[in-house]
Write a protein that binds this ligand. Sequence first.
Ligand code: CTP
Length: 404
Amino acid sequence: MFNLKEKLIHALPVQVVDTLLFCSECAAEFNVNIYLVGGVVRDLLLGRDILDIDITVEGDAVEFSEFLIQKDSGIKLSRVQNDLKTSKLLFKNGIEIDFASTRTESYPVKGHLPVVDSIGVRIDEDVRRRDFTVNALVLSLNQSNYGELLDFVDGVSDLEKRVLRVLHEGSFVDDPSRIIRGLKFSVRLGFNLEEKTFALQEDYLSKLSNFDISYSRVKSELMQTFSLNVPDAFDKFIEQRLYRLIINNFDFYINSDIIKNLVDKYKPQSVWLVYAGCFLVLGENRFDLNKREKKILFEVKKFLVNNPPYDNFSVYKFYEDALTESILIYYIITKSQSALHYLDDLRNVRLSVSGEDLIAAGVKPSLEFKKILDTLLEEKLSGSLLTREDELKFLKFQIKQLKK
Ligand code: CTP
C-alpha cells in the first residue's frame, strides 16, 4: 500500500502535522491504534484542501483524549459525548481535532438514525458502516506504519475511476440521505455513481413508498448540496428524479443556469432554498423548516395565487417586505419580469416624508394617513417626486384636496 506521510506533511499546516505526530506518540504509549478516516483521506489523495481533521481511535476515544490531556495540560476538552465515545480537543497551538471511537452500527428503523452496536471494534469493521468506498479509506497514524494507506474496500481504485460506490446493497435503504450525499460528492468532486450504485438508487426511488425516511438528514444534505450553487446539482436532481425523496412529481422545465445567475447577482441568504424552493412550493412540505424558510415558501405560494402586478405601484405593493429568496423563486417559476423590476429598481425607493410631516401639516393620525402616504408613494414611483421638497409640496397639495 502507499505511504502518504510526505503528502500529509505537504498538505497540512506544520502545526497540524506536529499535533498528529504528538497524537501518534501518545497512542503508542497508551497502546491504542489511531487513524485518519473518511473525507480527509479522500481529499488528501485528490489533492483537495483539507478543512477539518477527524481521528478515529480503535478503542475508546474519550479515554485516549483524557490520556492526551494528562500528557499535556495545555490541551482543552471542548466537547465530549459519552454514549458515542467521541470528543473534541483544542490543542495549545489552536488546532481542534475530533476524536471518534471505531464502531459498528445498525438501522433498526430503516431510513432513520442508526444505533451503535459496539464501540472499539477493529478499524476494518468500522469502515464498513460508511457510505461510499472513497469515504472509507484509512490512513494509519501509528508508529509502526505512520502514513500508510489502508484500503479495505477498494476505495483507491474507485477514486482513480472517479466513481462513488456504496459498500453494500442496503446502503440507501438504511440511510436515504446518502442519495443526496452521492449528488453532493458527484458535483463537488466531479465523480459519477458507479453502475450498480446507480441501479440501487433507481431501485430505491422506484419503490419509495415502501420506505421510511429521516427528512432532517435529507434536508441537511440537500442544504449542503444546493449551497454549492452549482447548476449541475439541480439538473442531476431533476434528471435522476431525486426530487421523489421529497415530492411525488416535478414536470416543469427550469433552467438551472438562471438560478445560479440570480444567486450570484442578488446574493440571497439561503442559496439552497432558492434552488429547493422551486419544488418545495409544489408539494406538501416534509421538511422541518425554520421560521424564515417557512416565511419564504408562504410568500411564494401567496404570489402564485395572485395576479402578477403591472404598474410600479402595484409591483411595489405586491413584493413589499418580501424576502429576496421568495421573489427569486417566484421569478424562476413564473418568469414575471415584475420580480426583477422590483429588485432592481423599486425595492429601495423610500418616501422621505413620514407621519410626523403629516402631523406637522395638521392631519390628525387616522386611516387617512396610509391613504395619503400611498398616493405619495405612487407618485414617487412614477418618477415625478425627486426631492424631499417635491414630496412636501405634493403632500400639501393632497391635504388641500382632501379638505375640499
Ligand atoms: N458517513 C456515512 N453516512 C452518512 C454520513 C457520513 O457513512 N450519511 C461517513 C462517511 O464515511 C464520511 C464520514 O462519515 O466520510 C464523515 O462524514 P462527513 O463529515 O459528512 O463527510 P466527509 O466525507 O468528511 O465530507 P466533507 O468533505 O463534506 O466533510
